[in-house]
Design a protein around this ligand. Structure first.
Ligand SMILES: [Zn+2]
Length: 285
């Protein structure tokens, strides 16, 4: 009798499983859980060859992991193709350089960086997808709540977050901006610009570390194919809308969002290497 019960339970379980999988449409994701000993290299190679395996939905973001943003590169090798460093301007100004640029003309057997895969550096949720406009070109922005990061990294990033001045003089005649609702919670926003094609993700989609977002391109204000990687700390749950600037054809709303993102002081730039180095220094993985 006991055997019969076990048999019935086994049949029920095997009958349920395919239904769960078949009814779920999911973005490509390398794994449900981080592997026992994940490394940026392993993650990168697993995602550069996406499998067709159907996975159960991930309702929460994966455990902390940092992945290389570029195919064929690890977090250790990225510095050798860094062609334009971060230069943080004062609040209200749009000069400096709001991220890191990675590029090369020739590297090993590769003729150009154009077409090389671009991957998420952290797990998070899609909060902005921009078409090919000035200056960012095809772009995707992903939000990762600060609380998802290790405490030591949270503290370090938070220590860089400055008080936002009440009065900011905006360079470039920004339209009036409406400040985001600030609940006191902060998130890391990571932006990947100048992609070759529009990213095929939806807003609010959970994208895990190491998932391919697109390929390196030359869209937007860009003179050579490169990846512009921008990381900011700002109020969680921000509605970034659309953004574009420096062309009269763009709407006031697009320009206001651009100024909010880049100049208002709410979304404060920091060096992505703070995240990379936190992962490289953590020898427990
Ligand atoms: Zn750049």
């Amino acid at each position: 009798m006991k055997r019969l019960y076990l048999l019935i339970i086994a049949v029920m379980l095997s009958a349920c499983q395919p239904q769960l999988v078949a009814s779920t449409v999911l973005p490509p994701s390398p794994t449900l859980e981080p592997s026992a000993s994940p490394s940026p290299t392993q993650t990168k190679s697993s995602t550069s060859q996406p499998t067709q395996t159907m996975l159960l939905p991930t309702s929460t973001i994966q455990a902390f992991q940092v992945c290389s943003p570029l195919e064929e590169e690890t977090l250790d090798t990225l510095s050798s193709i860094l062609v334009n460093p971060l230069v943080i301007p004062p609040f209200g100004r749009d000069d400096g350089h709001h991220g890191l640029d990675f590029s090369y003309y020739r590297r090993d057997a590769r003729e150009s960086i154009e077409g090389i895969g671009v991957f998420t550096i952290l797990s998070g949720t899609t909060v902005l997808i921009l078409p090919d406009e000035i200056p960012y070109g095809n772009t995707i922005v992903i939000e990762t709540p600060l609380s998802e990061l290790p405490e030591s990294l949270q503290e370090k990033l938070q220590s860089f977050y400055q008080l936002i001045p009440e009065d900011i003089y905006y360079q470039g005649e920004c339209p009036e901006i409406s400040p985001p609702t600030f609940t006191g919670r902060l998130s890391v926003y990571h932006l990947y610009a100048h992609l070759e094609n529009p990213p095929s993700f939806q807003m609010g989609e959970v994208i895990n570390c190491g998932v391919q977002l697109g390929t390196v391109g030359n869209t937007g204000r860009s003179s050579n194919p490169h990846l512009h990687l921008e990381t900011r700390l700002g109020p969680s749950g921000a509605d970034l809308g659309d953004m574009a600037f420096y062309e009269t054809k763009y709407t006031e709303a697009q320009q206001a969002n651009y100024c909010l993102w880049r100049m208002s002081g709410y979304f404060q730039l920091f060096d992505p290497y703070l995240i990379f180095n936190a992962w490289l220094a953590d020898l427990t993985h």
